[in-house]
Structures are given as C-alpha cells and as structure tokens.
Design a protein around this ligand. Structure first.
Ligand SMILES: NC(=O)c1ccc[n+]([C@@H]2O[C@H](COP(=O)([O-])OP(=O)(O)OC[C@H]3O[C@@H](n4cnc5c(N)ncnc54)[C@H](OP(=O)(O)O)[C@@H]3O)[C@@H](O)[C@H]2O)c1
Length: 209
C-alpha cells in the first residue's frame, strides 16, 4: 500500500488513541499497538479508538508507509527499531524534564542533539519526521473552529516531509514544513506554541527564531 489508506500507530495511550480517532474521521484505516496483545487491548480500544484495529507491536508496520510513534521516550528501550525499518516514522514524542530516559538517549541529548535527532539515530533504518508532538490530544478531538491551526513537519528528507504533510493535512491541520529534523526543537515543551494554537505564519516565524 503506498498511500494513506492505512497508517500504523505505536502507543495506544492519550496521544495514540487521539491520533487514531482523528485518522478514522479522515477516512483512514488505523492499526495500533501497545505493550498489550490485541485481545488485551479490546475494551480499551472499544472506548477510546473503536475504529482502530489492534495489532502486535512487532507487526505495526505491516502494509503501511507511515507509523506514528506515540510511546513515552522513557519506554523507548523496549521499542525494537526493526519494527519500523524502511518506514516513515513520525516522532510525536516529547522530552519532559523529569522523565527518566534510557542512557543512550541521555548521552546524545547531552551531546547537543534534539530528541528527534536522537530518535533518528536510534531508528536508523526508518526515516524520522518530527510532527504532531505539539498538538494535545484534546486539540486532536476539538471541532475545527481553529481551521487554520498549523502543525510543524520537520525532517531531513524532503519526500518524507511531503508525505507527512499530507497526513497532517488529512488530520485537519495546516502543515508547516521545516528545513530539517533539528528544527523540531521549536515545537518541544517550553516553546511558545507547544500545546498552543498557532497559525502557519506564527509557526513559520517561530522556526526562523
Ligand atoms: N497526551 C498528549 O496530548 C500528547 C500529544 C502529543 C504527543 N504526546 C507525546 O506522546 C508520547 C505518549 O504520550 P501519551 O500521553 O499518549 O502517554 P500514555 O497515555 O502514557 O500512553 C503511552 C502508550 O505507549 C505504550 N507503550 C509503552 N511502551 C511501549 C512499547 N514498548 N511498545 C509499544 N507501546 C508501548 C503504552 O502501552 P500500554 O497501554 O500497553 O501501557 C501506552 O499505550 C509522549 O512522548 C507525549 O509527550 C502526547
């Protein structure tokens, strides 16, 4: 499958299920995984993402071009990079000050990388695109009164950015494509438009700051 008929979402918590609901509203099929088996996720998904299909985490990339990563960064030791090899991996995660991180993560952050760049090093066979991390699960579900609400798409791969921009648009946001993955820093917690509605003009200015 080469388009957005179906996407994968790794993580079925507040963010993952909100992305799943938004994708379902956009007419996309969604497969979603967590630490639990599909059977164990059944009642959770009935409540939070009834249209999503539960799969095992190792099967999250089957038949999809794009997988959204919605697993807390502290749990990324348990996510096998091979699960998402040769896919576009949308890094929707955030670095929280008090979150204990795997050692490899801490070390590379200390070396000056943004959290998405660290994730790109870790998931080396995937094409990492930072997106959707600065939109809260509440905003994902909100009726689009803020129709020009924008969302940043940051990657070192132009083609992958364009694909994720299509997805962001399908989910109801105006994509603002950044020059590179490192620009994802401008959307992290503590930045002006984190969980704050912004127009594409505002986000474009923020990316240049
Ligand atoms: N909450 C938001 O509004 C929001 C919005 C945008 C981005 N984010 C970011 O998204 C990330 C997740 O946040 P959240 O609020 O959704 O957290 P959450 O509610 O705690 O959900 C985390 C999910 O990750 C799953 N998970 C943990 N380890 C896993 C593994 N090894 N393999 C597969 N799945 C695994 C958990 O599985 P189980 O269910 O089996 O425990 C759970 O479904 C964070 O980095 C956060 O900053 C959050």
């Amino acid at each position: 499958m080469s388009s957005f008929d179906r996407i994968g979402i790794l993580g079925a918590g507040r963010a993952g299920t909100a992305f799943a609901r938004a994708a379902a509203r956009a007419g996309l099929d969604v497969q979603i995984a967590s630490t639990r088996t599909p059977r164990q996720m059944r009642y959770h998904l009935l409540q939070y993402a009834p249209q999503a299909k539960a799969v095992l985490a190792e099967d999250i990339a089957d038949g999809v071009e794009i997988v959204i990563l919605a697993v807390p960064q502290e749990d990324l030791d348990e996510v096998d990079p091979d699960w998402v090899a040769n896919r576009i991996l949308v890094d929707a995660t955030n670095r929280w000050e008090d979150e204990p991180l795997p050692t490899w993560f801490e070390e590379r952050l200390a070396a000056g990388l943004s959290s998405s760049e660290v994730i790109a090093e870790r998931f080396v066979d995937a094409t990492v695109v930072k997106a959707l991390n600065h939109i809260s699960h509440w905003a994902m579900d909100a009726p689009r009164s803020d129709e020009d609400r924008a969302a940043v798409v940051a990657s070192d791969n132009t083609e992958a950015s364009a694909r994720v921009a299509e997805l962001v648009s399908a989910l109801g946001f105006v994509p603002v494509v950044a020059d590179d993955l490192a620009a994802g820093r401008h959307t992290e917690p503590g930045t002006p438009y984190f969980n704050v509605a912004a127009t594409s003009e505002q986000l474009t200015r923020q990316l240049l700051s």
